[in-house]
Write a protein that binds this ligand. Structure first.
Ligand code: EPU
Length: 432
């Protein structure tokens, strides 16, 4: 069939120094599991600081399919209430759009005693299995089988137990979220060893506690959950997005500008600030704000992505762009997703000198990047290309920016307000 669709792209005219203040939005990776957790609650949940993102909209649609109503109010407030618990099936159409759909697995199993969630499948940043999620839920007493590409889980009752959640690349963030959510309604005590320590997991636990759960130890690798009979609704504000904040820190640094961040939790970004300071970028608190400013000369550094509190994989691509302009050779090693390097070839089109060797990229600093047409491949790689466009000489066109819309709220508008010359354009494309 002949179909016309419309796709957005960015055109950036590089070289403008960014100056001004930007407000960091609520954290996507906290918002998604917290929305999934509303399936556990009796009564209305009111969430503030909810970012308006494509992924959040997808999760809202999934909740609707699963019998929850949700209404969005101006200013980032969302109200969610489960009305009907008949449907337990998160189907492929939604799951393939967003892997975080897997976060409904634990809540459905715990609350409705059954769950059917499509296996997410492949992804641009590499192999992303969910074996630890399923293993953990089975440890709580769930039965699992694979039916036509869906994980089907059932349980008469869930019972607390001791679980080890470590995998070959450390713990699992959404896996910890799934077990945490399910264990809140299990009988007795669950202890998760090698739990993910990411602030988004802590935020989920704080939300669940506000709903009546009894969770302790969140933020550490050992989380204890004492099961309760039921969870109630609550009003809760989602933490600021540390990855968005980190991206703006790098935007300020790469353009040699001075950018102030509001609603930024610097304590969630210590590994990033450490690397930035070694590069020669100043990052300081000023009252409630964080100010980034950079010297002309950027020093090369080594960066290794690791589970929190290490350097986040979700900022690996962005710091690579910054290091492209350092005075010497930097080494970047990816320890979470060894294939998360789709941005390397695209940065090369802008004049970066990069050599990939296994999970490591050697970045040879260059004097300048030069604008070109590039292709966004996933959310964070796209952000890295935008950063490159901000400093590249001349015009950079970034295609497929729908990846950015999944995780950065009003990205180009926020950058424009800081003085960037960036424009969203739309063109029609035809598919057979
Ligand atoms: N892993 C397994 N088995 C599992 C689950 C994970 O081996 O059952 C492996 C993965 O292949 C990976 C490592 O463990 O090597 C860590 O994966 P994790 O499960 O922690 O990733 P995730 O929960 O699927 C979340 C974020 C990602 C972020 C990673 C790592 C959400 C919705 N997503 O994914 O965010 O990169 O943690 O910090 O929270 C993004 O926002 O752009 C993004 C990709």
């Amino acid at each position: 069939m002949w179909m016309e669709s419309f796709v957005d792209y960015f055109v950036i005219n590089g070289g403008k120094r960014l100056r001004g203040t930007v407000e960091v939005s609520g954290a996507k990776n906290a918002a998604l599991p917290i929305l999934a957790a509303t399936l556990l609650c009796e009564g209305e949940v009111v969430l503030h600081g909810m970012p308006d993102l494509a992924d959040v909209r997808t999760m809202e649609r999934l909740l609707n399919n699963l019998g929850a109503t949700n209404t969005r109010e101006p200013g980032g407030t969302v109200r969610v209430k489960v009305e009907d618990e008949m449907n337990c099936h998160a189907d492929y159409d939604l799951v393939r759009q967003m892997r975080a759909s897997i976060c409904v697995l634990g809540p459905l199993l715990a609350k409705r005693r059954q769950a059917r969630v499509s296996l997410p499948g492949g992804c641009a940043i590499g192999d992303r299995p969910v074996n630890l999620h399923v293993q953990g839920l089975m440890g709580l007493g769930g039965d699992a089988e694979l039916v036509s590409g869906d994980i089907v889980m059932k349980a008469k009752a869930l019972t607390g137990t001791e679980l080890f959640l470590g995998g070959p690349f450390g713990s699992t963030v959404t896996g910890t979220a799934n077990i945490l959510m399910a264990a809140t309604l299990a009988k007795g005590r669950t202890v998760i060893e090698s739990a993910a320590c990411e602030p988004e997991v802590t935020d989920l636990a704080n939300f669940l506690n506000a709903c009546g759960a009894q969770i302790t130890g969140h933020g550490s690798p050992r989380i204890t959950i004492d099961g309760v009979e039921q969870l109630h609704g609550c009003e809760y504000t989602i933490i600021p997005d540390r990855i968005e904040a980190g991206s703006f820190l790098m935007a300020g640094a790469i353009t040699n500008g001075e950018v102030r961040l509001r609603n930024c939790r610097l304590e969630h970004l210590l590994a990033v600030v450490d690397r930035l300071r070694h590069i020669g970028v100043s990052v300081e608190r000023d009252g409630d704000e964080v100010v980034v400013a950079s010297a002309r000369r950027l020093e090369p550094v080594e960066v290794t992505s690791q589970p929190y509190p290490g350097f986040p994989t979700d900022l690996q691509a962005q710091i690579m762009t910054l290091l492209c302009l350092a005075d010497g050779n930097s080494i970047i090693t990816e320890k979470i997703y060894p294939d998360r390097f789709m941005h390397v070839a695209e940065l090369g089109r802008l004049g970066a000198k990069l050599r990939k060797e296994g999970p490591t990229v050697i970045v040879e600093g260059v004097k300048r990047l030069v604008g070109a047409q590039v292709m966004a491949s996933d959310l964070r790689a796209s952000a890295a290309l935008v950063l490159a466009g901000l400093i590249a000489k001349g015009e950079t066109r970034i295609n497929r920016v729908y990846h950015i819309d999944r995780g950065y709220e009003k990205f180009e508008r926020k950058l424009m307000a800081l003085g960037a010359e960036i424009e969203r354009r739309t063109e029609s494309s035809t598919d057979d």
